[in-house]
Write a protein that binds this ligand. Structure first.
Ligand code: PGA
Length: 229
């Protein structure tokens, strides 16, 4: 469909303000190899900065041609208008290609339910932003139009204990049987050591690392380890 085979999506969460983001970009440029990045056929490398830093990353990518896409970590379920504090999908259009929706931290700390998450997906799709829909297990529903589901077991997030590749593959397979053709990625304590075995599984189409995407060198190491044959 898209020619993309695997995704690596770095979720910075509530980290990296403007200065830290500029430092991250500088450091990533130092440790990474642009030529290798440009030749990663079939890989989509995405970072999800906080809203405040989105434009820094966007402008940096425009200027340098860094082949990395941008994802938002959240979006408003509404359009433009009287919704104090919200960032609408229309505002993000043209800046971010992806958006994380339904992350367990949003469900837990901000009480986002299936109905709200479906509205967010709808808004994203209307504005040509691709939702990456996070689910904690194979039984959680995901809205129509979602093409990328991130399986993220809650116990594995930020704990340093990742799901085994075999189990992650089994869950990904179950999710795929619900909607053939869908991509399933895995998130939860992914790092440079376990990324290769995770993405080598038949039904795992990528990964969503949080903590280990904050370190430019670790993020680059993950990209290298994942993409090497
Ligand atoms: P983690 O976070 O890699 O720090 O476990 C992943 C996530 O929450 O998306």
């Amino acid at each position: 469909m898209t020619g993309i085979k695997k995704y690596i999506i770095g979720n910075w969460k509530s980290n990296n303000g403007i200065e830290a983001t500029n430092n991250w970009l500088k450091e990533f440029a130092d440790v990474s190899d642009l030529k290798i990045l440009q030749s990663l056929n079939g890989w989509e490398i995405i970072i999800c900065p906080p809203f405040i830093s989105l434009m820094n990353v966007y402008e940096y990518i425009q200027k340098t041609g860094l082949p990395i896409k941008i994802g938002a970590q959240d979006i408003s379920p509404y359009g433009d208008g009287a919704y104090t504090g919200e960032v609408s999908t229309g505002m993000l259009k043209g800046i971010t290609d992806y958006v994380l929706i339904g992350h367990s931290e949003r469900r837990k700390y901000f009480h986002e339910d299936d109905k709200m998450l479906a509205l967010k997906c709808q808004k994203a799709l209307e504005n040509d932003i691709i939702p990456v829909y996070c689910v904690p297990d194979e039984n959680t529903i995901f809205p129509d139009g979602v093409n990328i589901v991130a399986y993220e077991p809650i116990w594995a997030i930020g704990t340093g204990k990742s799901e085994t590749p075999e189990n992650a593959d089994k869950i990904a397979f179950k999710i795929k049987t619900k909607r053939p053709g869908i991509n399933v990625i895995y998130g939860g304590s992914v790092n440079a050591d376990n990324i290769k075995s995770m993405i080598s599984e038949e039904n795992i189409d990528g990964v969503l690392p949080g903590k280990s995407s904050l370190e430019p060198a670790a993020f680059w190491e993950m990209i290298l380890n994942a993409s090497s044959n």
